[in-house]
Write a protein that binds this ligand. Structure first.
Ligand code: CS2
Length: 398
């Protein structure tokens, strides 16, 4: 029996890590919501169990969640659980790492600055730094977010924060394996709630994948189907550039064409060949060993995207472009000059401009920077600067 303390209880975590852990058995999870208590309140009303509605496979009742803590109120308890948990994991999305376009911890970020000033912690980085500083036993910190080298990046961010906070933190006994995570998990709709009858139900697809660097500090659940490997990077590249790259192209170019869902956009006669081209270009950037599998992987992705039952909204994927595009578009564009990625990047830029023109602040941690970039005579360079690609402006300008 072991405990996982998991930060970020969005739908993805409840369809991925919690499903794997529930199936493994013998472990339980204590969840942490960093901001609101709504998920905790909803789950607490039903004993922290919920329905996972797996498309084409029916409903699974997930019971691995033992409790949910809410950061603003339960700080001391979170630090207490952190002192003994065997694994501390996280799905806080790309923006939850508070990094700049170069991937370094942004010490000026308001939430990080507040944590450093002792007004928190409220961020994952703050909780890890303060919690690990009080912990003596070895522990595994497992990032489950869509970033290249997510574990290594998190380790560096925690070290930089701890130094800035003057904490005496010895990370030798803390292992931060990299991991690639995959399962398409849309937001829950009223239709899904109605069908399952569970207000906390989570919809997801049958497919799932989890590749983890074999670098644990101690025990871990016997997660069914998980691949433990020495080097996760090729798998991260494959997934972030092909699946997530295609998703972002479909999101911005699909919204521009007045579409709503992924399954509509992937069937669009203009977007379909573009998506295939993007995945082909991205596949060409992969290490040789994975290039041979890329065409079959691309076909499998198209079938997953075509699934109308998932009702995966394009505007959900369009969020946080400044955090997502450095991994999804920029490497493929740099290495191949991909015309399909150029279309995607141009669609993101016009998305930023049209949303701002409609007076809507973007759902993006760089919303303010985007709003001021859009007002510039030439918004291309400052916008590309936010994703670490201003030097690619000549390629993007029409
Ligand atoms: C999506 C991802 O919202 C998005 O940005 O591209 O959540 C995607 O569905 C997952 O990474 C699939 O594993």
């Amino acid at each position: 029996m072991g405990t996982i303390l998991h930060f970020g209880l969005g739908n993805f975590a409840r369809a991925h890590l919690l499903d794997y852990t529930d199936q493994a058995g013998g472990w339980d999870v204590v969840g942490v919501s960093l901001r609101s208590s709504s998920v905790r309140d909803g789950l607490a009303r039903q004993g922290f169990e919920y329905d996972l509605c797996v498309q084409g496979q029916g409903v699974r009742r997930i019971k691995a969640l033992r409790d949910v803590l809410v950061a603003p109120n339960d700080r001391a308890e979170i630090i207490d659980v952190m002192a003994d948990a065997e694994i501390i994991s996280a799905t806080v999305t790309e923006k939850g790492y508070h990094l700049d376009a170069a991937g370094k911890l942004n010490l000026q970020d308001p939430a990080i600055a507040a944590d450093l000033a002792g007004q928190g912690p409220t961020t994952l980085i703050g909780f890890l730094a303060f919690g690990l500083a009080e912990r003596r036993k070895p522990v595994t910190v497992l990032s489950c977010d869509n970033r290249m080298e997510n574990g290594k990046t998190l380790e560096t961010a925690v070290a930089v924060f701890s130094e800035a906070a003057g904490l005496d933190l010895n990370l030798d006994a803390v292992h931060f394996p990299n991991a690639m995570v995959d399962r398409i998990t849309p937001a829950t709709t009223d239709a899904v709630r109605a069908i399952s009858g569970d207000p906390m139900a989570v919809p997801t697809e049958a497919f799932s994948e989890w590749v983890i660097e074999d670098n644990f500090a101690g025990p871990h659940p016997d997660w069914p189907g998980v691949q433990l490997v020495d080097d996760v990077a090729p798998h991260e590249m494959r997934k972030l550039r092909m699946l997530n790259g295609a998703h972002s192209l479909l999101a911005y170019a699909g919204l521009e064409r007045g579409l709503t869902y992924v399954h509509e956009a992937v069937r669009d006669p203009v977007l379909r060949p573009l998506v295939s081209e993007l995945m082909k270009d991205a596949g060409a950037t992969l290490p040789a060993a994975l290039q041979a599998q890329a065409p079959d992987y691309a076909d499998a992705l198209l079938r997953r995207f075509e699934n109308p039952e998932l009702a995966h909204r394009l505007d959900q994927i369009a969020m946080d472009g400044s955090q997502k595009l450095p991994y999804r578009f920029v490497p493929t564009l740099r290495e191949t000059g991909s015309k399909a990625v150029i279309v995607g990047m141009r669609a993101w830029i016009s998305y930023c401009m049209s949303e701002t023109a409609k007076g809507r602040a973007l759902n993006d941690p760089c919303a303010m920077e985007i709003a001021s970039a859009v007002k510039q005579p030439d918004p291309v360079v400052p916008l590309l600067g936010l994703v670490g690609a201003e030097d690619l402006a000549p390629l993007i300008r029409k």
